[in-house]
Design a protein around this ligand. Structure first.
Ligand code: 26V
Length: 811
């Protein structure tokens, strides 16, 4: 890329400090330096961004539009520097200026526009799309407040607003002239035209402007710059620059303006429990309508032909059902604005839209009260109603054998609109995100749909960008790998497999050990700075980092810790390898039980960490405000990756892939993508335990599991639950009773007790294995070697070939 020397880079920094910020280097803060480096990157990429768009226009190939309510992009300066080939020179220049590059890059406030896996996946996909040279863009919402900032106060989670736009965000460009207008509410009038067809007009709608802000998505060393377009809601003004409302009274106007801006006000912080909130529905339609309007405008600009040919030029991937109103919205535009007949519009729509499912948890499946949808989006509701009518009639007449299943297939049933059903019926592809997840969709959750549309269903196992999660986050490991097998793996991550040849070379394994140890020291320092707690960098770093949810079973992990603590209290001289348990997790603010688990982890931590009997053999660290930046610090230092969901519940998981790629060994259930990791590395290179998905589903269907029986027979379990019930860990004696009741009176719905014993035993094996250094290191390197499959480059290639039918644009 750009041939810049460190000397030249330093000069750029000093010049820009003067010209952009009016200061000399000696007076510049880390933040000033951050902004000028971002400006240097922008200067480099802006012309490339323009050129990329021009090339796309010239070639006029099919383009991919990834619609998502979430893009968890995190921090961008370092990855932008990396992808445009300036990271090394920037690091060197900063060091020569006496600055710590880490500190400078850390000045960026993470863009936390996502909850967890689903949002981060969207961000990894954008990185792969650009790096592999696909014309693929993201569309999302520019929430003014991202996912809340978490503080732990007295062990409790406290949520603070995340006003990430407080300071200038250097990566966005406002495109005022590409704003579009969105309509809510209003009356729909139907006219019969002379030719007998129907025309629909809307009146008295509430209008909202959608203003796009574009963020460049930089491909890795290939000069491709794609776009992430985030929409922001603003009030519509009339010619006199007053708010376009019926009543121009000042305070009424302000109120109105405020309620409009709320549409892009904040990201909903719950990723597990669907609540039918109208504002969330408004957000979804706002995203969908602005994006589709823009896609169609673009098509018309570049193609002087009928919109019937839209499927040749456009594919829209919807990230879960959240953008599934894209289906009726595209129908609406084609019919009401472009005069398409129903059949012609349906033909186009169902060739353009593809749907990814990310969960089978019934409580997360979206449904909207039909009255709410009808009131907010009357025309859209009419179209959904018609889709439903035609679909149900089709089954009735063409699939007699399925007549009985109509109530479970109908898009509108029980006064609710079922969004997953709409998404399946209105798209040409439905994919799950790991093999087992897709199989569960086909055989259980969506089996009737699968019988109707077997060709529509397909699997696309998730992936992660190895550029951010290995090359950038773990430079020491990345350069060791390059020393051993050469740099080809960076562009072809499957080539990591060449490491296998060296996985028994003890002098080399030592080097891997050193890298891990260095990373552990860095994390230990960070932990000390953030918490004041000293952790032993020789201890096993046992890591569970993910959203807090019952099905992810952080509770099983903390029960194991309590068990170890109890054992050590009885026998303080026990010879165990010291362990540091590291947690990072946000709970949805309204998820009471999840917050109780956070409190429990912190309470156990405060007891274990300061108990002299333990003599530092166990440490429990809960790092507050887990986010992308923190993940980048923890993952390179992990020895153990806890992937212990109740089998069948975790659709895929992506943290499992990031940790594996950084040499952590998985302790996991046969769930999600763990199964595919297991296929590659084998039982001998990971620690599998617990119920299988079939066993779990069998218990749900036929019963036969009794939590109380385990409580009564396993003394270890009884002791832990009694400790909770009797307030041994609580500041008052009802503190953790809810957890106790949930397990014993609701029959332990996530099988924590059932999997307790195998989990404990597995951890005993983990400890023995860890002591056998060469075996452990061999396992670790074997995992890294096989992790290439989990690069999102592989995933994106599969989407491109099987679903989107697009090719790389050039090169
Ligand atoms: C659901 C909801 C429902 C209520 C409103 C807000 C909201 C926001 C997000 C979601 C999506 C939940 C689904 C999800 O995040 N699934 C995760 O997707 C990952 C990427 O495919 C996958 O690795 C995880 O296993 C899966 O749990």
């Amino acid at each position: 890329m750009l041939e810049l020397t460190a000397e030249a880079f330093k000069e750029k920094i000093t010049n820009k400090l003067k010209t952009d910020r009016g200061i000399e280097i000696g007076d510049a803060s880390d933040k000033d330096i951050y902004y000028v480096i971002a400006a240097i990157v922008n200067e480099e990429i802006m012309p490339q961004w323009y050129d990329t768009q021009k090339k796309y226009e010239e070639k006029n190939n099919k383009q991919i539009f990834y619609l998502s309510m979430e893009f968890l992009v995190g921090n961008l300066l370092q990855s932008n520097l990396l992808n445009c080939g300036m990271l090394d020179v920037s690091n060197q220049a900063l060091k020569e200026l006496g600055l710590d590059p880490e500190n400078i890059y850390a000045k960026e406030h993470d863009a936390a526009l996502g909850n967890g896996g689903l949002g981060r996946l969207a961000a990894c996909f954008l990185d792969s799309l650009a790096s592999l040279n696909y014309a693929g863009h993201g569309y999302g919402i520019r929430y003014r407040y991202g996912l809340f900032e978490q503080r732990i106060i007295n062990g409790n989670q406290v949520e603070l607003p995340d006003y990430w736009l407080k300071n200038d965000y250097p990566w966005e460009t406002k495109k005022e002239d590409e704003a579009v207008c969105i309509h809510f509410h209003g009356d729909v009038h139907m006219f019969k035209k002379n030719d007998g067809t129907l025309e629909f007009n809307y009146e008295n709608t509430d209008k909202v402007m959608a203003i796009p802000y574009d963020i460049p998505i930089i491909g890795y060393e290939n000069k491709v710059i794609n776009t992430l377009r985030l929409w922001s809601a603003e009030a519509v003004y009339d010619e006199q620059e007053t708010l376009a409302t019926e009543n121009n009274e000042f305070y009424h106007d302000l109120d109105h303006k405020h309620s409009i801006e709320q549409i892009s006000g904040f990201l909903y912080p719950d990723d597990s429990n669907h609540e039918g909130k109208e504002l969330r529905l408004k957000q979804q339609y706002f995203l969908v309508s602005s994006s589709i309007q823009h896609i169609i405008k673009n098509f018309k600009k570049n193609n002087h032909t009928s919109l019937r040919r839209l499927p040749e030029k456009v594919v829209i991937q919807i990230n879960d059902t959240h953008p599934s109103l894209a289906i009726p919205e595209l129908m609406r535009i084609l019919m009401d604005e472009e005069n398409f007949s129903w059949n012609a519009a349906w033909e186009v729509t169902t060739k353009v839209i593809a749907y990814t499912n990310h969960t089978t948890l019934s409580e997360a499946l979206e449904t909207w009260p039909k009255g709410m949808l009808e009131h907010l989006l009357p025309r859209i509701y009419m179209i959904i109603d018609e889709i439903n009518e035609r679909f149900c009639k089709g089954i009735w007449y063409d699939h007699e054998a399925l007549r009985d299943t109509i109530p479970s297939l109908a898009i509108i049933a029980d006064d609710q609109v079922h969004m997953a059903r709409l998404a399946i019926v209105g798209s040409f592809s439905v994919n799950g995100v790991a093999r087992i997840h897709t199989e569960i969709l086909k055989k259980q959750e969506m089996k009737h749909f699968y019988n109707l549309f077997p060709d529509r269903f397909n699997n696309k196992t998730n992936g992660i960008t190895h550029r951010r999660w290995l090359l950038q986050a773990n430079p020491n490991l990345a350069s060791l790998i390059t020393d051993v097998i050469g740099p080809q793996w960076i562009k072809r991550p499957k080539q990591l497999i060449s490491l296998l040849k060296y996985s028994k070379d003890s002098s080399l394994l030592e080097k891997f050990d050193q890298v891990k140890h260095e990373n552990k020291k860095i994390l230990a320092n960070h932990i000390y700075e953030r918490t004041g707690i000293l952790v032993d960098d020789q201890s096993i770093f046992d890591v569970q980092i993910k959203r807090l949810h019952e099905y992810k079973r952080q509770l099983l992990n903390i029960f194991h810790i309590i068990y170890l603590y109890n054992e050590l209290k009885v026998n303080p001289n026990q010879d165990i390898t010291p362990r540091t348990f590291i947690f990072g997790a946000k709970a949805a603010p309204s998820y009471h039980l999840a917050k109780e688990v956070i409190k429990l982890i912190n309470t156990v931590a405060s007891i274990v960490n300061y108990d002299p009997d333990i003599r530092g053999k166990l440490k429990v660290i809960f790092l507050e405000n887990y986010n992308v930046s923190l993940a980048e610090k923890i993952i390179p230092a992990a020895d153990i990756s806890e992937q212990i969901s109740t089998a069948s519940k975790e659709a895929s998981g992506t943290g499992n892939m990031k940790l594996m790629m950084n040499g952590a060994l998985t302790v996991g259930t046969l769930d999600g993508a763990n199964i595919e990791i297991n296929d590659l590395v084998g039982n001998q290179n990971m620690f599998i335990f617990g119920l299988t998905a079939d066993e779990v589903m069998d218990y749900y269907q036929h019963g036969g599991f009794d939590a109380t029986a385990i409580y009564n027979t396993d003394d270890r379990v009884k002791r832990i639950l009694d400790q909770l019930n009797q307030g041994e860990f609580g500041s008052h004696d009802i503190e953790f009773k809810d957890i106790y009741y949930n397990i014993l009176y609701h029959n332990d719905p996530y099988f924590v007790l059932k999997d307790f014993e195998p989990y404990i035993e597995t951890h005993e094996i983990v400890e023995r294995t860890y002591r056998d250094r060469l075996t452990w290191l061999n396992m670790s390197v074997t995992n890294i070697a096989h992790s290439g499959k989990f690069s999102s480059d592989r995933t994106i290639r599969e989407y491109a070939t099987d679903i989107w039918k697009v090719k790389q644009v050039w090169g």
